[in-house]
Design a protein around this ligand. Structure first.
Ligand code: NG6
Ligand code: CA
Length: 502
């Protein structure tokens, strides 16, 4: 009797342990496709009619489309800083950088790349960087460090800042590509150097006219912000971005197809200067801005095709989003304003790039992972600063509490298992805003708006008075409720100050 009892107990325990030991989860490849200056209304899956984006629509149809997902800021450097560090940008005064700025992420900081590398991932960044390189003003003629390698990326192929800033050269694994020793590069952001013509001196040489700020050295028929000399064999051709970056991205994926990889694929489209390849010119009626959206969609299609051909698309988590809202005129006369027609780059939202309104940070955002994510739509409040903690959870890791201080684990939201998004979040622009549920408070502006922004016809949402909106009944942020609900203003201002540590 006793023996039978023990045999029985043995089988019960054996059954229990075999069920409770979790099977090792196969880690997905992680591909962040991060585009530049693309607005909430710029894709056909978000309602655009004047441009078709079939490749991104396919991700949306087979993945999760977010309606309230945000970049952390309405400009590039701060958003990218937050995405990579899980920290709000104000904590490091991260603002738009010139092209010769030092790396703004301290190599001691644990980045999303460090974290995934620790989890066994091959890590790479391809495309626009704009987080600075080197310690002081970089020497472009030797290995430039610290750079992506020192903050967790095994491989890098970069547009160092933005395409409208010098130096206009690719940097692969921290060395300028195709540089000849005899023709070294020099860069200056305050005075002309060398003999290359500038846009101010030779406007007749330009493919498109530019404002004063963008009238520095002319490279490839386009004047840039800043001045450079040398490096002629290394100068890029803007029209080749799509093919060059696609080829580098495919090579990285193919090389690492048998182990999990993390690729931060940062597309320069649709930031100025918009110079799509000849095969996309005329793809829309909206001129270079519309055509560049089509080119960007093609790039997404290329990378997805590559994943499918390698048979790894089902176990790849693709996260598609943008770094800040849309802008039409951002320094070059490319007819973006004149040809916009009925198209609404921010969709139903107000404002865009540089703006405190929703159009500044509410981003077209799609997650796709056929093995796990069921197609659908999510209205959860999500912020890119949460990618750090969320991807840590999805790859079975703990986040040390001194890292990624603002990142919340939204892994279940990201894969569609939960609609329980953030309760509140910060939105950075030239001032700060806070969302709390559908309430939104915009802090009074405490500093000068730069002249170049003040002169634009952008709805910045900046004001010397506090503003309060309720997006539930007023998603266009037209009806300022601050006078009606002073207690709410007080409450949200207090919460904002708490986050800021004041
Ligand atoms: C601004 C530039 C703008 C763009 C932006 C950065 C001027 C007048 N404007 O300072 O053209 O380069 O910086 O864009 O210089 S971002 O998407 O990288 O934040
Ligand atoms: Ca941007």
């Amino acid at each position: 009797m006793k023996r039978a009892y023990f045999i029985c107990l043995f089988f019960v325990l054996a059954l229990f342990f075999s069920c409770s030991t979790t099977r090792p989860v196969k880690k997905p490849n992680i591909l962040i496709i991060y585009v530049d200056d693309l607005g909430y209304g710029d894709l056909s899956c978000y309602g655009a009619k004047a441009v078709r984006t079939p490749h991104i629509d396919e991700l949306a149809n087979n993945g999760l489309l977010f309606t309230d997902a945000h970049s952390s800021a309405s400009t590039c450097t701060p958003s990218r800083y937050s995405l990579l560090t899980g920290s709000y940008a104000f904590r490091n005064n991260a603002a738009i950088l010139p092209g010769d700025a030092p790396l703004i992420i301290d190599p001691e900081t644990v980045t999303i790349a460090d974290m995934l590398k620790k989890a066994g991932y091959a890590t790479g960044v391809i495309g626009k960087w704009h987080l600075g390189l080197g310690n002081g003003e970089p020497n472009w003629n030797i290995e430039i460090k610290p750079g992506p390698k020192e903050i967790g990326f095994d491989y890098s192929f970069l547009i160092p800042a933005t395409a409208d800033r010098v130096p206009t050269v690719f940097v692969e694994n921290q060395r300028v590509v195709n540089l000849e020793k005899e023709n070294p590069i020099e860069v200056s952001y305050d005075h002309k150097i060398g003999t290359l013509p500038t846009g101010l001196e030779h406007p007749e040489q330009l493919k498109m006219k530019a404002d004063t700020q963008h009238s520095g050295t002319i490279i490839n028929g386009i004047s840039r912000i800043g001045f450079m000399s040398g490096g002629s064999s290394a100068h890029w051709k803007d029209e080749e971005f799509a093919t060059v970056l696609s080829q580098k991205a495919k090579a990285f994926i193919t090389k690492h197809k048998d182990k999990p990889f993390f690729m931060y694929y940062s597309l320069p489209s649709i930031h100025v200067p918009r110079s799509p390849n000849a095969k996309f010119v005329g793809a829309t009626e909206m001129g270079p801005r519309g055509d560049d959206i089509v080119q960007m969609d093609w790039m997404v299609g290329e990378i997805m095709k590559n994943l499918r051909e390698l048979g790894i698309d089902k176990n790849t988590l693709v996260i598609f989003s943008s770094d800040n809202g849309p802008v039409l005129d951002d320094g070059y006369a490319d007819n973006a304003v004149e040809l916009i027609g009925e198209h609404q780059p921010s969709g139903i939202y107000r404002g865009g790039k540089y703006s405190a309104y929703e159009g500044g940070t509410r981003m077209p955002t799609i997650t796709y992972w056929p093995d796990v994510i069921k197609p659908g739509r999510s209205d959860a409040l999500f912020n890119q600063v949460d990618l750090f903690a969320s991807l840590a959870t999805l790859t079975g890791q703990q986040v040390d509490n001194k890292n990624a201080p603002d990142s919340k684990d939204m892994s279940q939201v990201l894969i569609g298992n939960s609609s329980d998004g953030r309760k509140s979040m910060l939105q950075e622009s030239f001032t700060m805003s806070i969302r709390s549920g559908t309430w939104k408070y915009i802090e009074p502006l405490s500093k000068e708006v730069p002249d170049w922004l003040a002169n634009k016809t952008i709805e910045t949402g900046l004001s010397s008075a506090p503003q309060l909106y309720n997006l539930k009944e007023d998603r266009e942020e037209m009806n300022d409720l601050s006078a009606k609900y002073p207690e709410k203003v007080k409450e949200l201002a207090k919460e904002l100050n708490r986050i800021k540590g004041m």
